[in-house]
Design a protein. Structure first.
Length: 253
């Protein structure tokens, strides 16, 4: 047994919301009879901290201590038994033969840590800020976002095809301002699980509005279709607004 990074739970802070149990692809957390999050087995925790992003009370943290090593094979079997084949494919360290080829949610990279960005600063009267960013959260790629991230609650959500921000010069002030953002490419991404993740995002967050920005190119319509399927799967009555951006930067829809 050697020192390694592993999750630690402050029981007094845990409110039993259960968001961490869903965010953990390895099934390492569950809610006990006292309605508190607990570690199922140390060998199921990879120490990467996907659960940290969604905990609303700060009850979770990563510590370094003596622990049995993370066991990807045992974790795969555990998730296969408790959550099924599709979920098991997302287990960190699963064999390539059983994993999906697409990148999956991987919070081990510091760059994918969920965070909100403060855009409340005011510009002095009579002055403008050239190129001001309206991005107010991170991450934004659909493979990386958690549907349970707190900043999605009651948000105006923009689901945008990757190329829209490059084609539309006024993307930030005209489309993104005041919204939370998710980006994807229906042609180049592996969209496995996209509909399910979007459905969870819609179902869990009581969104105020939903906007889908796509390009005029034919393959891009697939993104709107995925959002439409996700709305239906969620059972929530919300009507996506479609915006189509031309390669010349003009908007329709």
């Amino acid at each position: 047994m050697a020192k390694r990074k592993i999750i630690e739970i402050e029981r007094d802070l845990c409110d039993g919301c259960g968001l961490c149990t869903t965010a953990c692809m390895e099934g390492a957390l569950e809610i006990d009879e006292e309605n508190k999050a607990v570690l199922v087995k140390e060998i199921f925790c990879d120490g990467l901290g996907a659960c940290l992003d969604v905990c609303p009370t700060g009850a979770l943290k990563i510590v370094e201590r003596d622990s049995a090593d993370y066991d990807a094979k045992a974790t795969f079997q555990h998730v296969m038994k408790t959550r099924g084949t599709d979920a098991a494919k997302q287990v960190h360290g699963a064999e390539p033969a059983v994993r999906t080829p697409a990148p999956h949610f991987h919070s081990g990279c510091p760059g994918s840590q969920a965070r909100e960005i403060d855009r409340s600063e005011k510009t002095a009267p009579g002055k403008t800020v050239s190129g001001r960013s309206e991005l107010s959260q991170w991450p934004i790629q659909l493979h990386l976002v958690s549907p349970f991230a707190p900043y999605f609650k009651n948000a105006d959500l923009l689901v945008a095809a990757d190329c829209t921000a490059f084609s539309l010069g006024s993307f930030h002030p005209d489309l993104l301002k005041g919204k939370k953002l998710v980006i994807a490419c229906p042609k180049l991404d592996d969209p496995s699980g996209y509909v399910e993740k979007l459905a969870d995002l819609i179902k869990q967050n009581d969104l105020k509005s939903l906007t889908v920005a796509i390009m005029t190119v034919p393959c891009c319509s697939g993104l709107y279709q995925m959002v439409d399927e996700a709305v239906e799967a969620s059972g929530i009555e919300i009507f996506p607004r479609k915006i189509v951006v031309g390669v010349d930067g003009k908007i329709s829809g």
